[in-house]
Design a protein around this ligand. Structure first.
Ligand code: 5RP
Length: 293
C-alpha cells in the first residue's frame, strides 16, 4: 500500500496548457482507442464543437416517476433535435424512444438503490454488454461511489463494465456520485474524477465546484457536468456557460431541462451555449425570445 504520509499535495495543474497527447483524434484521452470506440464517441460529442448536450432522464431508476418525466414518450421526440445524446435506462429507452431518432445513447447499466433507502451507494451491474450492444448504446453509464460505503463494489462494477466495453469497443461513462453526506469540494472531485478516469473510463460525469478548471485539467478524459437540482433558467444557463468556459466538454442535464416550464426552449438555449459559444446572458435572451414567440 502506498505510504499516504509521504504524499505531496498536488498544486500545478497547468490549466492553460492543452492536453499533450491528443494528436489524431479530437477528444481528450481517446487517441489510442480503437476505431469503434472513436465512432461511438463521435456520435456523442459533436465533431465540430467537440462538445455534447446529453439529456439525462435516468432518474426513474432510483426515484420512480419524477416531475417532468411522466411521459417520456411525448418528451423525447420533442427534445431530440436539440440534444446530442439521450441518457436513460434500457426500460425507458426501449419503450419511449422511437428507434428512428438518431441521437446517441448513453445507457444506464447499474442499479440497485432507491430513494427509500438512506445509503444509495450499493449497486450492481444490471445490464450486460450483449444488451448494451443490442441497443446500439454509444456508452454505458455506471454510478460510481468514491468515499462511500459501497465504494469497493461500485469500483468493481465500473471495472466489469469497462472490461466488457473494451472487448466490444463500447465506451464507459463513469458517473461520479455525490451522496447527501459527501463533500462537494474540488478536493473531492479531483480525487473521485481521477480515480474513475484511471480505471479506464472514456468519459467522466461530475459536478461543478470551485477550481473546476483544475478538476478538468487533472482528468485525462472528457468531463460532462450534471445539472443537479432545478435552478432558475438563467442560473442553469450560467452553470452550463461556466463549466464549458472551464473546459467541460458538455453537460449531462436532466432536471434543469425537464422541470423547466419550457423544456424544449431550455434545451435549445443549452445547445447554444455548448455548441455555438453563446454566453449565458445571450442564451437566456434567446430562451426568453423563444418562449415569447
Ligand atoms: C444520477 C444521474 C443523473 O442522470 C444526473 O444527476 C443528471 O441529472 P440532473 O441534471 O437532474 O442532476 O446521473 O446519478
Amino acid at each position: 500500500m502506498a505510504d499516504l504520509q509521504g504524499l505531496k499535495v498536488a498544486k500545478d495543474y497547468h490549466v492553460n496548457v492543452p492536453f499533450a497527447n491528443q494528436n489524431g483524434f479530437y477528444l481528450k484521452g481517446s487517441n489510442s482507442l480503437e476505431w469503434g470506440m472513436k465512432r461511438h464517441l463521435a456520435n456523442i460529442f459533436n465533431p465540430k464543437s467537440g462538445n455534447t448536450v446529453m439529456f439525462a432522464f435516468d432518474h426513474g431508476y432510483f426515484m420512480g416517476s419524477t416531475a417532468g418525466l411522466e411521459r417520456l414518450d411525448l418528451l423525447l421526440p420533442k427534445l431530440a433535435p436539440y440534444v446530442d445524446c439521450f441518457m436513460g435506462t434500457r426500460g425507458a429507452i426501449r419503450t419511449c424512444c422511437p428507434p428512428e431518432l438518431t441521437n446517441a445513447i448513453a445507457l444506464r447499466v447499474t442499479s440497485g438503490s432507491s430513494m427509500l433507502q438512506d445509503d444509495l451507494s450499493h449497486e450492481v451491474v444490471a445490464v450486460d454488454i450483449e444488451d448494451s450492444i443490442r441497443m446500439n448504446a454509444d456508452c454505458m453509464a455506471v454510478q460510481t461511489f468514491i468515499g462511500a460505503d459501497g465504494q469497493m463494489s461500485s469500483l468493481d462494477n465500473l471495472n466489469q463494465v469497462i472490461n466488457a466495453g473494451m472487448r466490444y469497443s463500447v465506451p464507459t461513462l463513469g458517473v461520479c456520485a455525490v451522496g447527501k453526506d459527501m463533500e462537494r469540494t474540488d478536493r473531492f472531485f479531483k480525487l473521485a474524477t481521477r480515480i474513475i478516469a484511471e480505471m479506464g473510463c472514456q468519459i467522466v460525469k461530475t459536478y461543478n465546484c470551485d477550481k473546476f478548471e483544475e478538476v478538468v485539467a487533472a482528468c485525462p478524459v472528457p468531463i460532462v457536468v450534471a445539472g443537479g437540482k432545478k435552478l432558475a433558467e438563467a442560473d442553469a444557463l450560467t452553470l452550463a456557460y461556466e463549466v464549458i468556459q472551464k473546459g467541460a466538454r458538455g453537460v449531462d442535464m436532466g432536471r434543469n431541462i425537464f422541470q423547466s416550464e419550457h423544456p424544449v426552449e431550455m434545451a435549445m438555449a443549452v445547445n447554444k451555449v455548448v455548441h455555438e459559444g453563446f454566453t449565458d446572458k445571450e442564451a437566456y435572451e434567446f430562451y426568453l425570445d423563444s418562449i415569447n414567440g
